[in-house]
Write a protein that binds this ligand. Structure first.
Ligand code: NAP
Length: 251
């Protein structure tokens, strides 16, 4: 296996693979021969049909499925025990993608419980997931970490400050980790999408009348375009500490 950027035979953990963007990432990595540990929380039928698709793309890869609420540290611990048992080692690649965002634009409508829950699922989980992977990556001096941020991290998008804080926290954590982990050949980046259709968050343009017209490119993004950026990051280890905006021209 090439020490640089070959991901064939590596193991990638993708959280939220039952959703639009996570499933697209899984398809691309499967086609490159990467073994997969995939998580879902509630959408079991999605993950089951995805697994069938993935095996038809590449019958040689090992795929494990884990039911995880990433807001619960004990669920994440249990998942790592399952990964140890089923793959024999921790992930070489972490795609921390599972996310939550109840659309509440104004701070006076966001209660503390909603704020805490959003921070737990979007930010705290990425910290716990990284801690679970990073020792193995450090020992082998090879690792790739990609967080799923959002245009919200820089104040944009259609959600409120609770979601912005959770995604902004991810970008700050990414930048810090990228400087700390570079000497161990672990790259850390995030992807910051906006307005991606075919997802639970934005099923299609019709679900949000007028939204598409606000996007300079005049259309929603598609999950495969986000996956293209994730694949580029995990196969380009020289790039680290970057937040890549993928937003159809939105600022
Ligand atoms: N779509 C966009 O325009 C957009 C823009 C910016 C950022 N993002 C980010 O992209 C990521 C993926 O979202 P998506 O657009 O693909 O939406 P999605 O289709 O709704 O997928 C969300 C995924 O996250 C999982 N999830 C939600 N809460 C969870 C929890 N507490 N524990 C574990 N898993 C949980 C869901 O699992 P189950 O369905 O199995 O419950 C699902 O797999 C998220 O981090 C989101 O914030 C999306």
């Amino acid at each position: 296996m090439s020490q640089l950027n070959d991901i064939k035979g590596r193991l990638a953990l993708i959280t939220g693979a039952s959703g639009g963007i996570g499933a697209a990432c899984a398809r691309q990595l499967a086609s490159k021969g990467t073994h997969l540990a995939l998580t879902y929380m509630s959408s079991l039928p999605n993950i089951q049909s995805l697994t069938i698709d993935l095996h038809s793309l590449n019958k040689d890869i090992r795929i494990s499925i884990h039911k995880v609420d990433v807001g619960k540290a004990e669920d994440i611990d249990k998942m790592f025990s399952e990964i140890d048992a089923q793959h024999g080692h921790r992930p070489d690649i972490l795609i921390s993608n599972a996310g939550y965002g109840k659309r509440i634009p104004q701070i006076w409508d966001i209660d503390l419980e909603e704020f805490d829950y959003t921070i737990n699922v979007n930010l705290r989980a990425s910290f716990i997931l990284t801690k679970g992977c990073v020792e193995y990556m450090r020992n082998q001096r090879w690792g790739r970490i990609v967080f799923m941020s959002s245009i919200a991290a820089q104040g944009g998008g259609i959600n409120g400050c609770h979601y912005a804080a959770s995604k902004g926290g991810i970008s700050g954590m990414m930048r810090n980790l990228s400087t700390r982990l570079a000497e161990y050949n672990i790259s850390v980046n995030d992807v910051a999408p906006a307005m991606i259709g075919d997802t639970g968050m934005i099923p299609n343009g019709a679900a949000f009348p007028g939204l598409t017209e606000t996007i300079p490119l005049g259309r929603l993004g598609v999950p495969e375009e986000v996956a293209n950026v994730v694949t580029m990051l995990v196969t380009t280890g020289y790039m680290t500490g970057q937040s890549l905006l993928l937003a159809g021209g939105l600022k």
